[in-house]
Write a protein that binds this ligand. Structure first.
Ligand SMILES: NC(=O)C1=CN([C@@H]2O[C@H](COP(=O)(O)OP(=O)(O)OC[C@H]3O[C@@H](n4cnc5c(N)ncnc54)[C@H](O)[C@@H]3O)[C@@H](O)[C@H]2O)C=CC1
Ligand SMILES: O=C(O)[C@@H]1CCC=N1
Length: 281
């Protein structure tokens, strides 16, 4: 494996809290050959999980957050919000000024991360689970202390997971948490409900799954490639006095748009609650 031409050449990356998202990010970075596995450090409280990561991905895994963080140029914090204060407590004073800290923790704003870690250069990212297959989208921001070289490195890491979008204003990361961060959960719920509806009509589970998955995938690709407004695409399906119009009537009557908007707003408001947990304990 070669790291040549990589903006991350020779750089070492640590993941503190190696669950679902950390594993997705590690896989993406390895897949794109951005960093050698021996230059990736991961920590997890359970020895068995650390051993599993080491065996599966070839990274250096241990149960010590401090050891992992000290070994790297870039430290990615991937614990749940409720664990963050304990991790800050462990890492404050350990992370040095030459290092870069990236947090993917929902609700954790960069000023409180900088303050609690006593570290100025902080990047805040909201990725999503399709990152596991390189089709994620990550929304990010950073403190002014993050230099241009580090910004390029962050872009390279996030591009290994799919698309990335930078915003100067941090509020967009919280807003994105409710759209792209939690979004896959909404889509999977719709997918599950449609599969169940198809089974209700009489399709086998296997056929129902294929019909629904291909319909969702085809519709998304069609919208992306045609560049047409969703309403125009919907009208193409909806014949006068036809089946789609009948179904759409029921969806609108059930308040689909309102319920989606309420759900997104609730997720957005929850980021503030998570922020309180992180700041006040
Ligand atoms: N799952 C998702 O779709 C997304 C999650 N996020 C954020 O990513 C973060 C991680 O989420 P997931 O990977 O889904 O959670 P996860 O639960 O899969 O991973 C967190 C890992 O941290 C470990 N852990 C617990 N206490 C620890 C400690 N003191 N030190 C080190 N590790 C510790 C846990 O055992 C677990 O394996 C969360 O803050 C979440 O807000 C962000 C975007 C999307
Ligand atoms: O549900 C959560 O809190 C995390 C953040 C975005 C997606 N999952």
């Amino acid at each position: 494996m070669s790291e040549s031409n990589s903006v991350l050449e020779g750089k070492k990356l640590a993941f503190v809290g190696s669950g679902v998202m950390a594993e997705s990010m590690i896989s993406g970075v390895l897949e794109k050959k951005l960093i050698l596995p021996q230059h990736i450090f991961a920590s997890h409280p359970r020895t068995k999980r650390a051993e599993e990561l080491q065996a599966q991905l070839g990274v250096c895994a241990s149960t010590s957050n401090r050891e992992a963080a000290q070994a790297a140029d870039i430290v990615v914090i991937c614990v749940k919000p409720q664990r963050l204060r304990a991790v800050f407590h462990e890492l404050a004073g350990v992370v040095t000024s030459s290092q870069l800290v990236i947090s993917i923790v929902a609700g954790a704003n960069s000023s409180s991360i900088a303050q609690q870690l006593r570290h100025a250069a902080v990047v805040r990212v909201m990725p999503n689970t399709p990152a596991q297959i390189g089709h994620g989208i990550s929304v990010w921001t950073c403190t002014p202390e993050v230099n241009e070289e580090q910004r390029v490195q962050v872009r390279a890491i996030l591009s290994a997971l799919g698309k990335e979008l930078f915003f100067e204003e941090e509020k967009f990361v919280d807003m994105a948490t409710a759209i792209s961060g939690s979004g896959p959960a909404y889509v999977f719920l719709v997918m599950e409900a449609l599969i169940d509806a198809a089974v209700h009509l009489g399709f086998s589970r296997q056929d129902a799954r294929e019909l629904v998955t291909e319909t969702l995938l085809g519709s998304v690709l069609f919208a992306q490639e045609s560049h047409r407004h969703p309403a125009e695409l919907r009208n193409m399906v909806t014949s006068p006095a036809g089946t789609s119009a009948e179904a759409l009537y029921q969806l609108e009557k059930g308040g689909l748009r309102t319920i989606l908007s309420k759900a997104v707003h609730a997720a957005y408001q929850k980021t503030a609650t998570l922020s309180d947990i992180i700041n006040k304990g």
